[in-house]
Design a protein around this ligand. Structure first.
Ligand code: SAM
Length: 203
């Protein structure tokens, strides 16, 4: 279990933000459009939080494993799990410092708005690669490069968004093929607009 839960004070109100809910739905729509999902698939939602992204895909897949280092976010996920259209399980773990049990496998790894919280993205992508079978996929959504004003407090934020092509190169370097980047959403805040991309790659 993580000793630090940066999301503990946010978890109960997380789903009350309608823009957040709509944003996850928009990302899910692009994933569905680009990847043929089926009800035998077991996906991992990396940094699943309360499950906004995986919930939106849950009618199309067989199982989701929600991985997150925040016990309080996973508690909210758990409270909602009976509403999902697929089987669910949760794993409370910090994937940047810990590993899943040997032999863990997923058909695909999805993620929304979490990669910017990970310092060493290449190491993370290597872990993703090792958790996938041949033809498994990653579908990772995050902010394009921003000026540091997206979060009101940047504690735990290692990247002010990403240059999508730089992330694409990292994915290709660890072995992912057919890596593509799509526009997935635009988050409008009073002071600025923030673009969200979806990176898709295949093992
Ligand atoms: C901005 S929230 C996004 C939550 C959810 N994906 C969504 O779109 O609503 C980032 C999530 O990533 C989790 N997280 C951050 N670093 C992590 C790590 N190293 N391992 C696992 N989860 C992590 C946080 O606890 C949090 O729930």
């Amino acid at each position: 279990m993580s000793s630090k839960d940066l999301f503990a004070h946010k978890s109960k109100e997380w789903d009350a933000n309608s823009k957040r809910v709509q944003g996850a739905k928009a990302i899910a729509n692009v994933i569905e459009d680009k990847i043929e999902l089926n009800d035998s698939m077991h996906l991992m939602d990396f940094g699943a939080g309360t499950g906004l992204l995986s919930f939106s895909l849950s009618d199309k897949i067989g199982k989701v494993t929600a991985l997150d280092n925040s016990p309080s976010m996973l508690e909210v996920f758990n409270e909602k799990s009976n509403l999902f259209g697929c089987e669910t399980s949760i794993v409370n773990l910090d994937l940047s410092t810990q590993n899943l049990p040997e032999g863990s496998r997923f058909d695909g790894i999805i993620s929304s708005m979490t990669i910017h919280h990970i310092e060493d993205v290449e190491e993370l992508f290597k872990k993703f690669y090792a958790l996938l079978p041949k033809d498994g996929f990653i579908a990772l959504a995050d902010l394009e490069r921003e000026d540091g004003t997206f979060h009101s407090n940047n504690e735990g934020v290692f990247h002010f968004g990403f240059e999508p092509n730089e992330l694409k190169e990292i994915a290709q370097r660890v072995g992912f093929k057919k890596v593509e980047v799509y526009h997935a959403n635009t988050i409008k805040k009073p002071h600025a607009e923030f673009r969200v991309f979806l990176l898709v790659g295949w093992r």
